[in-house]
Design a protein around this ligand. Structure first.
Ligand code: SAH
Ligand code: SF4
Ligand code: F3S
Length: 504
């Protein structure tokens, strides 16, 4: 990795020992969201993670880290890498923020309430930091890539020791060393990236289900969304690297993988040396001996017929498709720059349902986008009725710093937004309940994940469609596949009756 010239990424790293002026804003450390928006033509380089230098390998011996994750699956998976790096430096994990030697917040910037939570934690930790000045408090993840957040931390949360961005995770050993040996905040946030870093250490939880990144970044620039700024441009991992990782997970006995990306079905578009898209990757992964393969998130615009055809082959490719719609109104979709109309979305759903019987469709929906009329909101209610989603994540629009929508007049009163959300949730829940009701009496295959959270006598598992089913059964089926009969469908979960262990 050392031959890479990072200067072209417009960043400067603030290192306290360089005698530069102490940074007061993101600009002073060379980070700007405008730069993050630019999509350059630089070659994407696939580089190997530099081994952790020997002198840093024992840095954490006898010490603990507490890593708190606030974001999406991608964020969770990044946390697995961060944990991998820290454990390779000798640190062990703890859940206690108050006693940990390192506290790291892996943050999410997608909505304001996600950010508020982090600022709450940062505020609360100030007293702990005063008492134990030797602890390291760090902020990473998507909020670090938001200029306004970096400014706020630099100005108001000076007890933070370290800020690093989503493109800087592989630099953690060095950054941590800098933070430990300096009295001032270490900030490294790169606006640009061109790299795919392979072979970073990872600590995966549980041994049953694993996330596998297939691509990074997003080039869609939906007008409300901060992710293209926080995660950089779309870049795919090489198919051979993804496949090797999946094979390795299969060998280790993992039962389910989820292919991850902000926009997984844009996979391969940036691979200049070959014609190989997401459908091709899925078709190759289908042949690997891992019982279940999921993916998230797919964008309706990039959902091509070949991908539908491949998913329809079934086998280990499960029939659950998370297909964010965001709005049912073509005009709103246009303002969101989603690049499809209501009709195109519905046509895609029709094709999916025809090719993949029993497909479980889930979605994301935003209410109260600037200028959304009551009628346009009703288009959202009606698309939910038409598609009949099994479940949906529903959100109130939250203006994000630096995005085009933040410049639009946020003209819907808060009460109206809340009321729309409530009405939407009612429809979503009613349909979810009806869809679950359709499963009454059916025999389904579950991957048994463990004891239910509320009652250790009850086990829970997930169907291929990702529905959570609780049942009473022998403990030794944890980690295995079973058949159960659905006896009592509810809105969010179902109850079942244990039938038998199955080989998958
Ligand atoms: N890449 C995924 C989604 C990532 S963000 C996709 O395109 O589907 C997850 C969800 O958060 C989005 O689908 C959207 O519904 C919601 N979201 C994103 N930005 C938002 C904002 N500014 N306000 C409210 N919800 C938002
Ligand atoms: Fe955000 Fe749109 Fe990209 Fe999803 S596709 S991450 S909503 S910009
Ligand atoms: Fe949040 Fe970043 Fe994921 S903004 S949703 S953690 S990509």
């Amino acid at each position: 990795m050392s031959e890479k010239d990072y200067s072209k990424y417009f960043q400067t790293t603030y290192k306290p020992d360089e005698k530069k002026k102490k940074p007061k804003s993101a600009e002073d450390v060379g980070y700007s969201q405008k730069e993050a928006k630019r999509r350059g033509k630089e070659e994407i380089m696939v580089v190997n993670f530099d081994p952790i230098p020997d002198e840093l390998k024992a840095l954490g011996n006898g010490k603990t880290y507490c890593l708190v994750t606030f974001g999406c699956q991608m964020n969770e998976h990044d946390s697995e890498t961060i944990a991998g790096i820290l454990e390779n430096m000798g640190y062990t994990s703890t859940e206690d923020e108050k006693s940990a030697d390192i506290v790291l917040y892996n943050t999410c910037a997608v909505r304001e309430n996600a950010e508020d939570k982090v600022f709450g934690h940062l505020g609360a930790l100030k007293a702990v930091k005063m008492e134990r000045p030797d602890m390291i408090l760090g902020v990473c993840g998507c909020m670090s890539q938001d200029e306004s957040v970096v400014n706020r931390i630099l100005q108001k949360y000076q007890h933070v020791d370290l800020i690093f961005g989503t493109h800087n995770i592989h630099r953690l050993p060095i950054l941590l060393r800098d933070a430990l040996y300096s009295k001032e905040m270490v900030v490294e946030v790169w606006a640009k990236e061109g790299d795919v870093i392979e072979n970073m250490p990872k600590v995966r939880e549980g041994g049953l289900k694993a996330w596998v990144n297939i691509m990074y970044g997003c080039d869609k620039f939906c007008t409300y969304c901060i992710v293209p700024y926080t995660r950089g441009k779309e870049r795919s991992r090489l198919p051979e690297d993804v496949i090797a990782e999946v094979r390795d997970l299969a060998r280790q006995g993992y039962k389910e993988i989820t292919l991850l990306g902000q926009n997984v079905n844009a996979y391969g578009k940036d691979l200049t040396d070959r014609e190989y898209l997401f459908g091709d990757l899925m078709d190759d992964i289908r042949k690997i001996d891992i019982p279940r393969v999921r993916f998230t998130t797919s964008h309706p615009r990039d959902f091509d017929d070949h991908l539908i055809e491949v998913i329809a082959k079934g086998g280990n490719l499960v029939e659950h498709i998370h297909l964010p719609v965001q709005s049912g109104s073509t005009e709103v979709l246009k303002k969101m720059a989603r690049k499809y109309s209501r009709e195109q979305y519905l046509e895609l759903v029709r094709k999916i349902k025809q090719a993949i019987p029993g497909a479980v469709l889930t979605t994301d929906i935003i209410v109260g986008f600037p200028g959304e009329t009551e009628e346009q909101f009703q288009d959202t209610l009606s698309i939910v009725e038409e598609v009949r989603y099994d479940s949906a994540y529903t959100f109130i629009y939250s203006p994000r710093h630096g995005t085009p929508a933040a410049g639009m007049e946020d003209d819907i009163p808060e009460e109206v937004k809340k009321e729309r959300l409530q009405r939407l949730i009612e429809v979503v829940n009613r349909i979810a309940r009806e869809k679950n009701e359709e499963m009454r009496g059916q025999i389904v295959e579950l991957l048994v994940e463990g004891e239910s959270k509320t009652n250790p006598d009850v086990l829970s598992g997930r169907t291929r469609g990702n529905k959570l089913v609780n049942f009473v059964g022998p403990k030794d089926c944890i980690g295995k596949f079973v058949h159960v009969r659905i006896t009592e469908p509810q809105t969010w979960t179902l109850k079942g009756e244990y039938l038998a262990l199955v080989e998958v």
